[in-house]
Design a binder for this molecule. Structure first.
Ligand code: EPU
Length: 427
């Protein structure tokens, strides 16, 4: 068990470079199966969700070779197994992308009901709807999802809800299906476009990614390629919040400023200054933070994954802020931890009302999920004094070298082994 020890209250200054996007990487890695060939994937973030994805690929029979910390060669020629090991798929939500990729190449896939952050109910009915429209059958037995369908055929799918995962999985299963698939009411996140670009580099014909309608013309076969993953929008947004909440001045490099616009707009309303460059943004704040209203929505709306980070920021803004969570039913569980730090936040269902306080107090804290954990790191960086955050493995699922990157910005943060409790000897 590891913990972060943070001595907060210092403005962060300097430069930080953003890693590849987690939510693109966890779809692109399974997608290499569709090539039945060698792919070189660059700019992979060194995070545990990527490690688990690579372990699953190896377990299925792929040859995985590390070329450097962020570049892997993956040869999926000899993949033959279609069952993802239960212990691995439970470790991350995104293991469901192996359903689409294995179904697309082999006409069959078995994956355990996925794990990942607990944000309320996380159904996959829309993923299954797309697979079934293409001619597959699905069943759940002993906690395993089975999908099978030897001759997948293009189809028209109208999604009932906008889902990142269902959109990606539908693309994965359609690129080798016969004929044309039309996907309507799809998600438009930057990682959707990144997956489509990767599939097209492998020879697929995917058009319209980034709009509401994606059209896929099935191909006979795909081939290997070299591909570099886009920068992580949420990691970048997290450092933007770190700069704003500590009253610092940080140049955040290797970003696509267009992807950050929904975050930039809210940070500016909250009192930060954001300067945009070609592939960097500078964030600084000299005046007070101001209250604002936010509602999370599918892209290009404000991203739900930034919601906990903005709650932390607005907890020290002057006035009353209102945050409405529009994607997940239960994404305010971390608020109890902020209240322990002196924040004044009332949650009613999917709405949080935040009365800004002068400052947060240090406290012992527990990360309940990935983004909540990152938000607590920002809260601890702002609070003068020493905070300790437990269960940081949640955070390390999605942030490459968080401690080192924050240290590079002058933060007083270290990672420590947590001493395990010693049970008293029985008398
Ligand atoms: N939904 C359904 N049925 C489905 C799929 C989704 O009802 O079949 C609902 C969900 O319950 C939710 C909404 O649709 O209310 C959106 O869910 P979506 O499918 O878009 O989420 P996801 O694909 O499971 C990804 C990210 C999440 C991010 C959401 C929303 C990955 C691996 N995860 O999840 O990221 O919050 O999109 O943008 O890409 C994170 O990185 O911390 C994280 C949780």
């Amino acid at each position: 068990m590891e913990k972060f020890v943070i001595n907060g209250g210092k403005p962060l200054t300097g430069e930080v470079s953003i890693s590849g996007a987690k939510n693109a990487a966890v779809a692109i890695l399974p997608a290499t199966i569709l090539a039945a060939d060698k792919c070189v994937i660059e700019n992979l973030p060194a995070i545990s969700d990527v490690t688990v994805s690579l372990q699953i690929l190896s377990a299925l029979g792929a040859r995985v070779r590390m070329l450097n910390k962020n570049t892997y060669e993956i040869d999926t020629t000899h993949v033959c197994c279609t069952e993802v090991p239960d212990d691995l798929s439970r470790q991350m939500r995104a293991s469901y992308y192996f359903l689409g990729a294995l179904l697309g190449r082999f006409g069959s896939a078995q994956v355990a009901m996925p794990g990942g952050c607990n944000l309320g109910p996380r159904p996959i009915d829309q993923h299954l709807k797309a697979f079934c429209a293409l001619g597959a059958r699905d069943s759940v037995e002993y906690g395993m999802i089975n999908v099978s369908g030897e001759e997948l055929a293009g189809a028209h799918v109208f999604f009932d809800t906008v889902s990142v995962g269902a959109t990606m999985n539908a693309m994965l299963s359609a690129v080798l299906a016969g004929g044309q698939t039309v996907l309507e009411n799809v998600a438009k996140e930057p990682h959707i476009v990144d997956l489509a670009n990767f599939l097209n580099m492998m020879g697929a014909d995917v058009r319209g990614a980034g709009t509401d309608v994606i059209k896929v013309r099935g191909r006979e076969a795909l081939h290997g390629c070299t591909y570099s993953i886009i920068p992580d929008q949420i990691e970048a947004g997290s450092y933007m919040v770190a700069a704003a909440i500590t009253g610092g001045n940080v140049l955040i490099k290797n970003v696509i400023p267009k992807h950050l616009e929904p975050i930039t707009a809210k940070l500016e309303l909250a009192g930060a200054t954001v300067e945009e460059y070609d592939d960097a943004v500078r964030v600084y704040r000299t005046g007070d933070l101001a209250a604002t209203k936010i509602k999370t929505m599918p892209h290009p709306g404000f991203p739900t994954d930034m919601q906990p980070l903005m709650t932390v920021l607005l907890s020290v803004a002057q006035g009353t802020s209102i945050i409405t969570e529009g994607i997940w039913e239960n994404r305010f569980r971390y608020v109890d931890e902020l209240v322990r730090m002196g924040a004044n936040i009332q949650v009613d269902g999917q709405v949080a009302v935040i009365e800004g306080v002068q400052e947060l107090q240090p406290a012992p804290l527990r990360a309940s999920d990935l983004r909540a954990g990152a938000a607590l790191v920002m809260a601890a960086l702002a609070a003068r004094g020493t905070s300790e955050i437990d269960e940081v493995s949640h955070i390390e699922r999605g942030y490459e070298s968080l401690v080192e990157k924050l240290q590079g910005l002058g933060a007083d943060i270290r990672r420590e082994e947590k001493a395990s409790a010693v049970l008293p000897q029985a008398l």
